[in-house]
Design a protein around this ligand. Structure first.
Ligand code: ARG
Length: 456
């Protein structure tokens, strides 16, 4: 019978053991667990709670266990609840009874919280790197198609012409807010819980600041009960991840639309497309569809962890063990989605002829015609009415605004003149010359600034 069960008269029921085990998902915390244990043992020796030789032997034992795990030689014992018990169990086998001193002045509750925070810190740094990679891919695509104009939409109806680069920079902005949100989340992750014990603190002279420094935490937690039961940082990561996925999903939706025959604005590279088992002609945007779909599972993880936390009394409750399932699943989904999207965006081909043509169809220059009349002194609301009647006239005759003659224009307003000719898709874009507008000059500036932001 396991030494930890001496309080009981019976062995653990096998189904109970299986139900309560977290080993199959928390084994990925092995590196963080071992690093925290080594720092803890060093601190115990510095504080003369254990001897220097004991700490040395524990440290060497733990290092060799990490190597065993990394080389695939470690034999996981599924009868032990989690990765933490597995590492400690193996430490006994390697260095004998002195292994038992490692858990002095520590509980699994502060141990687990510490490993999770170490993991979250690394995850955030990886997430930010991947967000920046996708931002860079969008910038490259924007720069390579710097002169491409497409219709901008509202209500998914053609509205006004915009530069493709301007459209892509909108996603750059969303991803930049994601980068900042993860950075903000990091501030609250970066707190060491170790030294809180099970919940009440510890009856030993531990040096928590030393452990924080060893592990690279910038702060130590202020309340032991909060420290062992707080998972706000997991929720924050998943919330930030949900938002990032939502942004990618919006882009995914546009990729799907744009690559359809109806739009024909872009072509996805063959390497990122799939086909059909029955329709030989099909070229499907499955990557974008799956990214859109997986966004839902990340939202699910957010609801899951929020619900887990909502009624937990202080302090540690075993419910908390399942935070890892939501967290790891979200980290994996966010990372794989950002990575594949970067690859896909890097290989997209833009059909600038098609986008340029579409940009000038469907009366997208109507606002420019109204603005023309405003330039001649007409109040905007009146100009809006004139052009609305003009559009109706053109629609009835199935003609474009460009096909209508000046004398016809003059029937709607005597302010129309020869210079009406100068209104076209390019002039429309160039006219939006305000900070944040789609004028080429402004977009060039925005591209330069965006470049600086990702190089920071
Ligand atoms: N496997 C548990 C977890 O990941 C370890 C914490 C155990 N603590 C306890 N009091 N049972 O949360």
């Amino acid at each position: 019978m396991s030494a930890l069960r001496d309080r009981f008269q019976k062995e653990a029921d096998e189904s109970m053991q299986e139900y309560t085990s977290s080993l199959h998902f928390d084994r990925r915390l092995y590196r963080q667990d071992i690093a925290a244990s080594i720092a803890h043992a060093r601190m115990l020796a510095r504080q003369r709670i254990i001897s220097g030789e004991e700490a040395e032997s524990i440290g060497q034992g733990l290092t060799s266990i990490r190597e065993e795990i990394e080389s695939g030689q470690f034999e996981f014992d599924t009868s032990l609840e989690d990765i933490h018990m597995n590492v400690e169990g193996r430490l006994y086998e390697r260095i004998g009874d002195v292994a038992g001193k490692l858990h002095t002045a520590r509980s699994r509750n502060d141990q687990v919280a510490t490993a999770m925070r170490l993991y979250a810190k690394e995850a955030i740094s990886e997430t930010v790197t991947r967000l920046k990679d996708l931002q860079a891919a969008l910038l490259d695509l924007a720069e390579a198609n710097r002169a491409v104009i497409l219709p901008g939409y509202t209500h998914l109806q053609r509205a006004q012409p915009v530069l493709l680069a301007h459209h892509l920079l909108a996603y750059f902005e969303m991803l930049q807010r994601d980068v900042e949100r993860f950075g903000d989340c990091l501030e609250r992750v970066d707190v060491l819980p170790l030294g809180s014990g099970a919940l009440a603190g510890l009856p030993y002279q531990v040096d928590r600041d030393f452990v924080a420094k060893e592990l690279g935490f910038s702060q130590i937690s202020r309340n032991s009960m909060d420290a062992v039961s707080d998972r706000d940082f997991v929720i924050e990561y998943i919330a930030a991840g949900s938002m990032a996925m939502m942004h990618v999903s919006r882009l995914a939706e546009e990729i799907i639309l744009w690559s359809s025959a109806e739009f024909g604005f872009i072509e996805i590279d063959d390497a990122y497309a799939t086909t059909s088992s029955i329709m030989p002609q099909k070229k499907n945007p499955d990557v974008a569809e799956l990214a859109r779909g997986k966004t839902g599972s990340v939202y699910g993880d957010l609801m899951s962890i929020l619900t887990t936390m909502k009624s937990l009394p202080l302090a540690y409750n075993r419910d908390l063990q399942d935070d890892k399932q939501s967290f790891f699943r979200t980290v994996d989904t966010v990372h794989s989605t950002l990575e594949i999207f970067t690859g896909m965006m890097r290989t997209i081909k833009v059909n600038s002829e098609r986008t340029g043509q579409a940009a000038g169809e469907s009366y997208t220059l109507a606002t420019d015609v109204a603005d023309y009349l405003v330039g001649k002194g007409m109040p905007f609301r009146e100009a809006h009415g004139v052009v609305a009647r003009l559009v109706r006239y053109a629609v009835e005759q199935e003609r474009s605004l460009q096909d209508i003659t000046l004398s016809e224009y003059r029937q709607f307003s005597s302010l129309f003149d020869e210079d009406l000719q100068s209104i076209n898709v390019e002039s429309s874009v160039a006219a939006r010359d305000v900070p944040g507008g789609t004028a080429p000059r402004r977009v060039d500036e925005a591209l330069r600034e965006a470049r600086e932001v990702i190089n920071e």
